[in-house]
Design a binder for this molecule. Structure first.
Ligand SMILES: [Zn+2]
Length: 132
C-alpha cells in the first residue's frame, strides 16, 4: 500500500549523506586559497591606510578639486568597507573549516558545489539558496 508513495517522495535534504561530505584535500586547498586571500586583503588595507595618511598630510591636492578629493575619499571608504566585509566573510569561512562545516549550505544543508567554492570560497549558501 505504501509502494507508490515511496517512489514519489523525494527528499533532497538528505542527499548529502551519500557523498560523505567534501574530500579533505579539497577542503584543505580551499582553506589555503582563503588564507592567501585574507593575507592579500590585509595587505591591501594596510597599504590603503598609508595612502590615506599621505593624502591627509599633503596640503597641495594639485589639480584635483575639493569635490573630486571628497569623492575619491568616499570611494576609498566604500572600497575599504567592502574589503573589510570580505575579510570578515573569509575569516568566518576559516572558522567553518575548523568546525568541519565548511562547504555545506547554511540554509538547506546541501553541499555547495566545488566550482562555486572555487569562485567564491567564502560562500555560505548553495547556488539554489543564494538565488532565492
Ligand atoms: Zn542551499
Amino acid at each position: 500500500m505504501c509502494a507508490v508513495s515511496l517512489g514519489n517522495k523525494h527528499r533532497p535534504v538528505t542527499s548529502w549523506h551519500y557523498s560523505g561530505g567534501m574530500r579533505p584535500e579539497k577542503i584543505a586547498s580551499c582553506a589555503d586559497h582563503i588564507r592567501s586571500l585574507v593575507k592579500e586583503i590585509q595587505e591591501d588595507l594596510q597599504h590603503q591606510n598609508e595612502g590615506e595618511q599621505v593624502v591627509e598630510l599633503d596640503t597641495s591636492i594639485g589639480r584635483l578639486s575639493r569635490m573630486d578629493a571628497m569623492q575619491q575619499q568616499q570611494m576609498a571608504l566604500e572600497l575599504r568597507r567592502r574589503k573589510e566585509n570580505q575579510l570578515m566573510r573569509l575569516e568566518n569561512a576559516l572558522k567553518r573549516v575548523a568546525q568541519g562545516s565548511y562547504g555545506r549550505c547554511g540554509k538547506c544543508k546541501e553541499e555547495i558545489s566545488e566550482d562555486r567554492l572555487e569562485i567564491q570560497p567564502d560562500a555560505v549558501l548553495c547556488v539554489r539558496c543564494a538565488s532565492q
